[in-house]
Design a protein around this ligand. Structure first.
Ligand SMILES: [Ca+2]
Ligand SMILES: [Ca+2]
Length: 492
């Protein structure tokens, strides 16, 4: 439930590359935290560095994206309900008994701050390293202008428990709480003005993408949203009735929400539509944190931690069998290892690309490609792309069923569009020799190979069509033969 402009966001493309080729990717991966305690909050400063708070004063840090967690010494046994970091080093954690902790070294050392309050503090949020707020039971709202060295009490105008406080900048913020309470400040929390939430049920977590666009979660599957700073709040359709405890957006469109019974929801359009994710969890989630449209973490009861690198979506897996003419040895039925790409295209002219995936060839020709933008039951053409081979299309459009499809280019020439494959031994291969990747194998390609061969070129080169790391007569012979036969791309 945190979104800070101070944090660095990785690009969606980076994550696409990282997730590509991982045959074991799931929508949400189970991560062992090594504890059975209730985990109350997860917060990542970047894709590697994050913290978890929990019951019994639990604080943990990960420096490898949440794979491994090391317990930190909080110095308290009180439940810590929330934590917030402004960068890799400086953060705060709050909890029962008016507890407020601060670290300036990533949590190696935590020191206690004096809030002057003894009530449970449910949430802490900082707009910059100096200006922060914390909300608690009994309508408590506290403000600091010096990084928490001192905390002053503000007037929330309610005695209700305030479960979250969120500021979109140093002046504008919201608090939420029991009885459908929402209030907004535009003067850094000196004055709070109640807003009309449209419900009298508990509201729990607030998150804003900017000073106008935000969301609040609550009981009964409730997510309400505003696009005008809270002048109007509108209920969104979540399709669930469980208590949604936490929400976090990476910008105005892509967000996640998490709650009871292992519920995780995702949206890519600001909450116009929420999709129920498969978390494989039954415990109640307390907190979700996202950095970009693909990457998020969720924590909850019984030490539960889930992580996604696919936007909460189950990837579509293409199990593809193909061989590369120049790199295939039919005597040993063995293919060299090389990078390859599949472009998935729409089935009708102009056959626009829908998604791409990169993977590494298998020695028997089998290779798995994963996609995040495809749908089941929709026909697509498959186009295989390799650094010095002719791009080869599937004979017809094919359809994913239950998130998977298998396709074999090697057992029959009719599998390739236009029968555009070469028989080598008893299996069919995509043609090699399109060194300059212009879609045709001709004298230009042969010339490039000839030049490199004359220079005894070696390494990972396009002109090395046999893939052995050297450019020589074997590469030239194959390219020249395919050039003689006018081999080129055949596509619908
Ligand atoms: Ca060419
Ligand atoms: Ca070679």
């Amino acid at each position: 439930m945190k979104y800070s402009h101070y944090l660095v966001f990785v690009t969606a493309m980076m994550c696409l590359l990282m997730s590509a080729g991982n045959a074991d990717a799931q929508a949400w991966q189970t991560v062992n935290t090594g504890t059975g305690s209730t985990l109350t909050e997860v917060f990542f400063a970047d894709e590697n560095t994050g913290w978890i708070s929990g019951a019994g004063g639990l604080l943990m840090r990960s420096t490898n994206g949440g794979t491994n967690w090391a317990i930190q010494n909080s110095g308290t046994g009180n439940v810590l309900w929330a934590l917030f970091f402004i960068d890799h080093n400086t953060g705060w954690a709050c909890g029962n008994g008016g507890t407020m902790l601060k670290t300036t070294d990533g949590g190696t050392a935590w020191s206690s701050q004096n809030t002057g309050s003894g009530v449970p503090l449910w949430y802490v949020h900082f707009a910059d390293p100096l200006n922060g707020w914390t909300s608690g039971s009994g309508g408590v709202i506290l403000r600091t202008t010096n990084g928490g060295t001192s905390w002053q009490s503000g007037s929330s105008g309610t005695g209700n428990t305030l479960y979250s406080v969120f500021f979109s900048n140093t002046s504008t913020g919201w608090v939420t709480g029991d009885g459908g309470f929402i209030a907004r400040t535009t003067n850094s929390g000196l004055n709070w003005i109640q807003q009309i939430s449209g419900t009298s049920e508990l509201l729990h977590c607030a998150n804003f993408a900017n000073s106008s666009t935000g969301w609040i979660t609550g009981f009964s599957g409730r997510i309400i949203s505003t696009s005008n700073s809270g002048s109007n709040w509108t209920q969104q359709s979540t399709g669930t009735g469980v208590f949604i405890r936490s929400i976090d957006f990476a910008g105005p469109y892509h967000g996640f929400a998490a709650g009871d019974g292992g519920t995780i929801l995702s949206t890519s359009n600001g909450g116009l539509n929420w999709t129920l994710n498969n978390s494989s969890a039954i415990s109640n989630f307390y907190s979700v944190c996202t950095l970009d449209p693909l990457t998020a973490w969720a924590v909850g009861e019984n030490g539960t931690l889930r992580r996604t690198t696919t936007g909460g979506i189950e990837p579509k897996t293409l199990g593809l069998t193909f061989l590369i003419e120049g790199m295939y040895d039919p005597v040993n039925d063995s293919l060299m290892t090389d990078s390859a790409m599949v472009i998935v295209r729409q089935p009708l002219f102009p056959f626009a690309p829908v998604d791409t995936s990169r993977s590494v060839t298998g020695t028997q020709g089998y290779c798995e490609f994963e996609f995040l933008k495809l749908s089941n039951g929709v026909p697509y053409y498959l186009e295989v792309k390799h650094r010095n081979s002719i791009n080869t299309w599937s004979a017809s459009a094919v359809t994913f069923v239950s998130d998977t499809i298998s396709y074999d280019f090697t057992d029959d020439s009719s599998k390739a569009f236009g029968n555009n494959v070469a028989l080598k031994g008893s299996r069919y291969c995509i043609y090699s020799g399109d060194v300059n990747k212009d879609g045709i194998i001709d004298a230009t390609d042969a010339g490039l190979v000839d030049n490199d061969a004359a220079a005894f070129a070696a390494g990972y080169l396009s002109s090395d069509v046999t893939g052995d790391g050297f450019v020589d007569g074997a590469d030239y012979a194959l390219t020249d033969n395919n050039s003689f036969n006018f081999i080129g791309v055949i596509s619908p």
